[in-house]
Each structure stands twice: as structure tokens, then as C-alpha cells.
Write a protein that binds this ligand. Structure first.
Ligand SMILES: CC(=O)SCCNC(=O)CCNC(=O)[C@H](O)C(C)(C)COP(=O)(O)OP(=O)(O)OC[C@H]1O[C@@H](n2cnc3c(N)ncnc32)[C@H](O)[C@@H]1OP(=O)(O)O
Ligand SMILES: CC(C)C(=O)C(=O)O
Length: 661
């Protein structure tokens, strides 16, 4: 890529590099968390938060459990100033929470800041000035000594004003733009500031190391932090804090390695809001610890609720891939992931495990306020049988037999592929239902009675081709007897291979769900049935399965017989027949009859009716002198105009022209 040679590395390795942090593999106690949402997060918003929004956000941060909150930059604006005053005057700061405010190292800004914090029960005054090579040269045009003096002068003024101002104050100093600063020089400036403040273990100062613009790999930052940790004066009286940004996308790694390197405290924001690519995301950091079995001491058990408020207050949007918080972070669309998750969840339930080990899910989604129903497995063309089965089970209590799952999986994903869409759980259910439960059958068994005679005798009413017949057969069980009826009646052979059933809870009532798999020529055919009655549900399942057999589907004698019967019925009732009448007469649904007629005769129901009417009309026109109006009505048209129009369209002449031709 052209232009790469315009850049060079702008960070500095410390004079001595030690790598003690490398030997640690996890963080066992959470750092002190400081939220900077209301300051660094707020200053990065297109529209900074209003006073009321800041108050509500502050309340949310307190509820999450933050004990240190940088509430703003009071010298920046009236809103910022008034917010600080409101917190103090309305007594909104809980006893165990410390608020913090930021100030430049400029006299009037520091003075304004102290006016804002007057009367605070406990506040941290956070002083910063830039120390990087670039800022020394380009912005301040000052030497190292002069830059250090800005910090020291600021520190002196903080101390003086703190002594003169009503309230309880501690101090924080940040060598801003540390990432482009020589590490030993940054330490020198920090130590000079500490010399002014003379911190005590009972009232610690905070030294905050920002990766103001992240410009190095996280291990470089950790090595820098380790050096600072070892070279800061008054170390027992100093809280070493980090303030990572995310310009290289490594904010979280930078923070974690920095903590391993000796940092005690982290400044960050919810969802990583902040300047440019953001501050480090505290939710991710906290949840990373949580997923290692460490209590982060922040409450993220309902992230969706926090997110909703955050999005309202900041007008920002959380990315669907944002760790722990995004819409899609617990979702598997792909088959093998879904399969493993579904099996892992089943394993967990079966073994009654408390410890979490479900594949592909770093934490239990329920722990952060998500659900298993809609968050974990979603169906598209990348999905597989494990996922489809999970969705049916989780959402509808349908537990399909192991051997049936592959067919159902392919059936569902095929629809998604064709439609090019994600399928909602309801859609998945409808696909399943249409094929296995409510399929339009070639035959049905509407009624069945059983007698115990040397085995089971079943007597079933089989309906097909518009006719119903009562047939009986013996079997060694009820389903076997019904199966024998079907075999005898249609002359088909198959093996009844799988029968499974379970209760299906729907609201307060419970139904029986049955599955039947039959084998014919080494291939399995499936059906399912749902009914209050277990026998009925199993017969329905069997009927659907048999209806899938190619021998039944291709049985032209059944087809032809029914088609002829339908045509005869139309012929006999052509004057006022509707599709609804026809479907009802043959105990079938309208869409099925409509599709069936088109497929089998090449004409729609409407075309067939029209042909019959026209044929009758032509005969009446040629034989006798019945008025055209009367002919129209007698063959079933509502009006003569309609008849004339249809006739002309079909024969390219009017009925009168036809009569005279
Ligand atoms: C990395 C960070 O996030 S740091 C925090 C940044 N946040 C903000 O800036 C948000 C709030 N800031 C503001 O509202 C404004 O900047 C104010 C009100 C504080 C100050 O505004 P202004 O007086 O117009 O000054 P501005 O911020 O533009 O800075 C300009 C001057 O201050 C100096 N300056 C900037 N930062 C500092 C600092 N930390 N310490 C000392 N001097 C500073 C600049 O060198 C410049 O000096 P010059 O005029 O002599 O060249
Ligand atoms: C003021 C400092 C800590 C800052 O916000 C930064 O450097 O990013």
C-alpha cells in the first residue's frame, strides 16, 4: 500500500525492560474501576449529554457499582459546571463513591474547577498536561524542563486551592499523550508532581498513564507500565492507574497486560465509548475476568438494560459484534457451532452442571441478561440439524427423533437458502408443521376404532379421491393394526421403523406429539402428529409418513380417479360452484385443490369452470333462440356484460356474432 513509508514508530521502550508480567496468565483481583463515561466518553459525543442525561447516567454508574466516577470537565461548559454543582447540592453522591473532575494545568481553568467542586464530600482533582515529543515540539513549543514546570506549577496550585476550598480532595496527574513520550521522562514528570503532593498511604495520589493515542502493541505498553511501576516514587502512597484508548483495537489487551505489569486502577467507559475509536470498554474487561471465575465487583447481570439507557443518553449504537453486549455475540448461525452448543446445553442439563463449559459460548448468556430462546441459535442457510432441532425444542417443546433431524435440518435450511433470509423460530415451526403435521395428504384416516381380538383389530375410515371407505386389519398393537390397513388398502409395503412420542405443553394444556418413521427401499419417510389423544396423534404421524411414499404419490390410479371425480362434480354444479365448495366436498383445503388441479390437469379451477360454462353457452346459442341475457344467467354469469366480455376474449367475437356465424 502506497504511503506506508510516511509512518514510523512513535513509542519508546523504557531504558530497562523487564518482563515479569509475562509470567502471569490471569488477573486474580479486579483493579479499581473508574468510569470516565461522563468526561472522556461525553467529550467524544456528537451531541454531549444534557444535565438530566448526565444525572441519569451517573445514577446508572452508581447502580453498576462504580466507586470512582470522573464526572466531567467543569471548566469546559455551563452544563459541565452545573452538573458538578447539582451532584453536590442535591446530595447525589453516595458515601462510598468518589467523583473526579479533569482540569488542564492552567490557572484560570484550575480555579474554575475548584469553584465547581466546593463542598464535595470527596473529589479527585485530575490534572493533565501533554508530555509527548510531538506535543512538546508542535503544540507547546517548549523544552522538557518547561513542560515539567507546567505540571509542577499546576500541582502546586491544586495543593494550594485544595487547602483553601471547602471539601475533601485528592489528586490525580496524567502525563497526557504518554504513548508518544520517552518513558523515563514521563516518570521524571510524574515524580516531580508527586514531590509537590507528598502523598501518604492514607490519602493516595493517582498517577494515570494514558495511551492517549494507542500507537504500540500491548506488550510494549505492559513493559512501559512495569518500568513505571518500579520507578515511581512514593509507590505505597500512589495508585497506579491506566487510561487505555483503542486506536489499534488493542485497548482491552493493553489494559489487561498493564494490570499484569502492576497497575492498580483502570479508567474506561461502558461499551468503549470515547475519543476516536474509544476508551477501553470496561464491560469487556470486567466480563473477561468474570469468565475466568473472578468477581469483577461490577454488576453486569442485565447488559441489555444498561445498553438501552446508554444508547438513549449518548445517541451512540452498540455494534452487534461488541463483546458481551452486541446483539449477535451469543448467536450461532452456522451448523457445526449450533450442533455443539445444543449438545453442550443438553449435556449441562443432563449432568446438572454448575460449572460452565458449553462450546462456543464464553459465558452463559443468561448471566448477562440474554435468553436461550432468541439469542443463542438462529437459523439461516448456514445452519444445520442441531440448530433447527434446538430452535424447535427451545421455542415449541418439539423434540424430534435423532434420525429425523437431518431431513428436517436440510428442509429448513433449503427454505432459508431459497428465500435468502434468516428464519424466525415461528417460520421454522411452520416449515416443520407444513411438511410433517399438516401436509396436504392424498389420503386421510378420519376415524379409527379398536377391538381386542387376538391382537388388536383396527377399523379405520380411509378417505381419498373424494370417497370414504371403512377398512379393517389386525396388528400386534394399535399403530401396527392401522399400518396394516394402509398396506392392504394401497398395496404398499414399508417397515414401521421409528415411533416416538412426548407431551407437548402449550400454555396450560398439554397435547401429545408423535413421530413416525417408516422405511421403504432403504429410505426413511417421516410424519408427525399433534393431538389431545395420543392414538390420534400417532395415526396422523403414520398417515403423513405414508403419504410421503413415492408409491403413494405416484399412484396415478388414485390421482386420476380423484381428478375425474372432481371434474364430474364441477360439471354437475358448474352454474354456481366455488373453489371452497369443491374443497369442502373432497375434505381438502382450497390451496391444495387449486394446486392439485393445475398440476394434474394443466388448467386452473377457474379455467375448468369457465370452459364448461362456455361449452354450454355455445350449445344454447346455436340451438334455439334463448336471449343472450338468459343464456348468460343460466350458465352461471352474474351479468350479461361479464358473459359478453369473457366470450369475446375467448373466441374473439361476441355471443351474437357467434350465433349468426
Ligand atoms: C486527551 C484528553 O482527552 S484531554 C481532555 C480534553 N478535553 C477537552 O478539551 C474538553 C473540554 N475542554 C474545553 O472545553 C476547552 O478546551 C477549555 C474550556 C478547557 C479550554 O479552552 P481554551 O481556553 O479555548 O483553550 P484550548 O483548550 O483550546 O487550549 C489552548 C491553550 O491551552 C494550552 N493547553 C492545552 N491543554 C493544556 C493543559 N493540559 N495544560 C496547560 N495548557 C494547556 C494550549 O497549549 C493552548 O495554549 P496557547 O493558547 O498558549 O497556545
Ligand atoms: C486526560 C487524559 C487522561 C486523557 O483523557 C487521555 O490521555 O486520553
Amino acid at each position: 500500500m502506497k504511503g506506508y513509508d510516511k509512518y514510523e514508530r512513535t513509542y519508546f521502550m523504557p531504558p530497562e525492560c523487564t518482563y515479569d508480567w509475562v509470567k502471569k496468565d490471569h488477573i486474580d483481583t479486579p483493579p479499581i474501576w473508574c468510569s470516565v463515561d461522563l468526561r472522556d466518553g461525553n467529550q467524544a459525543l456528537i451531541e454531549p449529554m444534557s444535565l438530566d442525561e448526565k444525572l441519569a447516567f451517573f445514577q446508572m454508574l452508581v447502580e453498576i457499582g462504580f466507586k470512582e466516577i470522573e464526572v466531567g470537565f467543569p471548566a469546559a461548559s455551563e452544563t459541565e459546571y452545573n452538573f458538578m454543582r447539582a451532584l453536590i447540592e442535591r446530595n447525589m453522591i453516595p458515601d462510598d463513591v468518589t467523583v473526579q473532575v479533569l482540569t488542564q494545568a492552567r490557572e484560570h481553568i484550575i480555579k474554575k474547577t475548584f469553584e465547581a467542586v466546593k463542598g464535595a464530600p470527596h473529589a479527585v482533582i485530575h490534572l493533565y498536561n501533554s508530555t509527548s515529543v510531538a506535543q512538546r515540539e508542535q503544540v507547546f513549543k517548549k523544552s522538557k524542563e518547561q513542560i515539567k514546570k507546567i505540571a509542577v506549577d499546576g500541582a502546586i496550585l491544586l495543593k494550594e486551592l485544595a487547602d483553601q476550598t471547602d471539601g475533601n480532595f485528592s489528586f490525580e496527574y496524567s502525563p497526557e499523550s504518554f504513548s508518544g513520550t520517552e518513558v523515563d521522562y514521563a516518570v521524571e514528570v510524574c515524580n516531580a508532581v508527586l514531590d509537590v503532593w507528598q502523598p501518604k498511604a492514607s490519602n493516595k495520589a493517582i498517577i494515570n498513564i494514558p495511551s492517549t493515542v494507542e500507537n504500540a502493541m500491548p506488550h510494549v505498553f505492559a513493559t512501559q507500565v512495569e518500568y513505571i511501576n518500579k520507578h515511581l516514587k512514593y509507590r505505597d502512597a500512589v495508585t497506579l492507574s491506566l487510561h487505555p484508548h483503542n486506536d489499534r483495537g488493542c485497548g482491552v489487551a493493553t489494559a489487561e497486560l498493564g494490570v499484569l505489569a502492576g497497575a492498580d486502577r483502570i479508567e474506561g467507559t461502558l461499551f468503549g465509548n470515547g475519543e476516536r475509536t474509544g476508551n477501553v470498554d470496561i464491560i469487556t474487561l470486567a466480563m473477561n475476568m468474570y469468565s475466568h471465575g473472578v468477581d469483577p465487583k461490577l454488576e453486569f447481570s442485565n447488559i441489555p438494560k444498561i445498553r438501552k439507557k446508554y444508547e438513549t443518553f449518548t445517541r451512540m449504537h452498540v455494534d452487534p459484534r461488541q463483546p458481551y453486549s452486541g446483539d449477535l455475540v451469543f448467536t450461532a448461525f452456522s451448523g457445526s457451532h449450533q450442533d455443539a452448543i445444543a449438545k453442550g446445553m443438553a449435556w449441562r442439563e443432563e449432568k446438572k452442571l454448575y460449572k460452565w463449559s458449553v462450546p462456543y459460548l464464553p459465558v452463559d448468556p443468561v448471566d448477562v441478561g440474554r435468553t436461550y430462546d432468541s439469542d443463542v441459535i438462529r437459523i439461516n442457510s448456514q445452519s444445520g440439524r442441531g440448530g433447527v432441532n434446538y430452535v424447535l425444542k427451545q421455542n415449541f417443546g418439539i423434540s424430534i427423533p435423532e434420525k429425523m433431524r437431518e431431513e428436517v435440518g436440510y428442509l429448513v435450511k433449503h427454505v432459508s437458502d431459497e428465500e435468502h433470509k434468516e428464519l424466525s423460530p415461528q417460520w421454522v415451526y411452520e416449515i416443520f408443521e407444513e411438511k410433517y403435521v399438516n401436509t396436504q395428504p392424498y389420503f386421510q384416516i378420519k376415524e379409527c376404532h379398536f377391538k381386542q381380538i387376538d391382537g388388536i383389530m383396527a377399523e379405520a375410515t380411509i378417505t381419498h379421491g373424494g370417497q370414504s371407505r371403512i377398512v379393517d386389519a389386525l396388528g400386534n398393537g394399535r399403530l401396527d393394526a392401522v399400518s396394516n390397513i394402509i398396506k392392504d388398502y394401497f398395496g404398499v409395503s414399508y417397515e414401521l421403523s421409528v415411533y416416538e412420542e412426548h407431551a407437548l405443553s402449550q400454555g396450560s394444556s398439554s397435547k401429545a406429539m408423535s413421530y413416525v418413521g417408516i422405511t421403504c427401499d432403504d429410505k426413511m419417510y417421516w410424519g408427525a402428529g399433534i393431538d389431545d389423544d395420543i392414538i390420534k396423534s400417532s395415526i396422523n404421524a403414520l398417515v403423513v409418513a405414508v403419504n410421503q411414499l413415492p408409491a403413494i404419490k405416484a399412484d396415478e390410479s388414485i390421482q386420476d380417479e380423484r381428478l375425474v371425480e372432481m371434474k364430474n362434480y364441477i360439471q354437475a354444479n358448474y352454474k354456481n360452484i366455488t373453489l371452497e365448495d369443491l374443497a369442502e366436498h373432497f375434505h381438502l383445503s382450497e390451496p391444495y385443490v387449486s394446486k392439485y388441479m393445475k398440476e394434474k390437469s394443466g388448467k386452473t379451477f377457474g379455467e375448468i369452470v369457465q370452459n364448461i360454462r362456455m361449452k354450454k353457452a355455445r350449445t344454447l346459442l346455436k340451438n334455439g333462440n334463448m336471449a343472450v341475457e338468459n343464456i348468460a344467467l343460466s350458465v352461471g354469469y352474474q351479468s350479461v356484460e361479464h358473459f359478453n366480455r369473457t366470450f369475446k376474449k375467448k373466441y374473439n367475437m361476441t355471443p351474437v356474432e357467434y350465433r349468426n356465424s
